[in-house]
Design a protein around this ligand. Structure first.
Ligand SMILES: Nc1ncnc2c1ncn2[C@@H]1O[C@H](COP(=O)(O)OP(=O)(O)OP(=O)(O)O)[C@@H](O)[C@H]1O
Ligand SMILES: [Mg+2]
Length: 258
C-alpha cells in the first residue's frame, strides 16, 4: 500500500456491538485524509456517537481496524480531541481549570505557565466566552457548556478532532456565528476532523464530504462529495446555487436511507 493511501484516518470494517448484543454500528469503511473535515449525519440511533466513541478509545471493544497514518489510532502519538454529546466537562472545576487540565493531560510539560494561561484566555475569547472563565459548568447554559467543550478540544491541538453535535443546544443565530468561528479556528489548526450533526444545512456548510449514515445496520453509509460548497468563502455558502443543489442531493439520499 502506498504511504499516500494510508495517510489520515482509516476506518476498516468497523462494527460495534454493545454488551446487550445489539448491533450499534454496522460495517463501516472510510478514509479520512489528514487535515480533512467530513461531516456525519444520520437518524437517531444510527451509530454516530458510537463511531466517535470507538475512535476516541472509549469503548471496551469493536470489530475492525482504526488506523491513523498506518498505526492504531489509539497509539500514543495520536492525540484525540472529543467534544461529546453531553459536553463532558468536569463539574467541580471552573471553565479555565477544565481547559487547563485537558492541556496538561494532552501535552504534559509543554510550555510555561504564563504562556499556557494566555493560550487558555485566547481560546475562550475565540469562542466568545472569555467572561465565563471563573464559572463552574453547571452554572452555565447548555450552549455555553458546548462552547467551553469546543474551546477545550481545540486547546489541546489534537491530531484528530471529533465533535458530536457540538452546536445542538444553540439558537439559529448563535449557531451561525459559531459555525464561522469554528471554521476559522479549524482553518488555523486543521485537525483531521469528524463532525457529527443532525442538521443537513450544517453538514453542507462545514464538510468536505458528507457521510450519510443509514438507519438499517445492514446498509452502508453513503459518502457524498461536497467540495463545490466547501471551496467557497464561508459567508457565501448559504446563498449559493451549489448549496441549494447539494441540499437536494442529500435529501434524496435521506429519503432512501432513513
Ligand atoms: N452504552 C450503550 N449500551 C447499549 N446500547 C447502546 C449504548 N449506547 C448506544 N447504544 C445503542 O446503539 C445504537 C447507536 O447509538 P448511538 O448513540 O451511537 O446513536 P446516534 O446516531 O449517536 O443517535 P443520536 O442521534 O440520538 O445521538 C442505538 O441503538 C443505541 O440504543
Ligand atoms: Mg449521538
Amino acid at each position: 500500500m502506498s504511504s499516500l493511501k494510508s495517510s489520515g484516518l482509516r476506518i476498516k470494517e468497523l462494527q460495534v456491538e454493545y454488551k446487550s448484543g445489539q448491533l450499534a454500528l454496522g460495517q463501516m469503511n472510510l478514509n479520512l485524509p489528514e487535515h480533512a473535515i467530513y461531516t456525519v449525519i444520520g437518524p437517531s440511533g444510527s451509530g454516530k456517537s458510537t463511531l466517535l466513541r470507538a475512535i476516541a478509545g472509549l469503548l471496551p471493544g469493536y470489530d475492525g481496524e482504526l488506523l491513523f497514518n498506518g498505526k492504531s489510532v489509539h497509539d500514543k502519538d495520536t492525540l484525540i480531541g472529543l467534544v461529546p454529546q453531553n459536553y463532558g466537562l468536569l463539574p467541580w472545576k471552573t471553565v479555565r481549570d477544565n481547559i487547563r487540565i485537558a492541556m496538561r493531560i494532552a501535552r504534559p510539560g509543554s510550555g510555561g505557565r504564563a504562556e499556557q494561561e494566555a493560550q487558555i484566555s485566547q481560546w475562550l475569547m475565540s469562542m466568545g466566552i472569555a467572561d465565563l472563565a471563573g464559572r463552574y459548568p453547571l452554572s452555565l447554559s447548555g450552549g455555553q457548556q458546548q462552547r467551553v467543550a469546543i474551546a477545550r478540544a481545540f486547546a489541546i491541538l489534537p491530531t484528530i478532532l471529533l465533535l458530536d453535535e457540538p452546536f445542538s443546544a444553540l439558537d439559529a443565530i448563535t449557531r451561525e456565528g459559531l459555525q464561522q468561528i469554528f471554521i476559522d479556528n479549524w482553518q488555523a489548526h486543521p485537525a483531521t476532523t469528524l463532525f457529527v450533526t443532525h442538521d443537513v444545512e450544517e453538514a453542507i456548510l462545514l464538510g468536505q464530504k458528507i457521510i450519510v449514515m443509514p438507519s438499517g445496520k445492514q446498509d452502508v453509509p453513503e459518502i457524498i462529495d461536497n467540495s463545490a460548497v466547501f471551496g467557497m468563502k464561508h459567508e457565501a455558502k448559504r446563498e449559493s446555487g451549489a448549496y441549494f443543489e447539494q441540499s437536494k442531493v442529500i435529501r434524496k439520499v435521506m429519503m432512501e436511507k432513513w
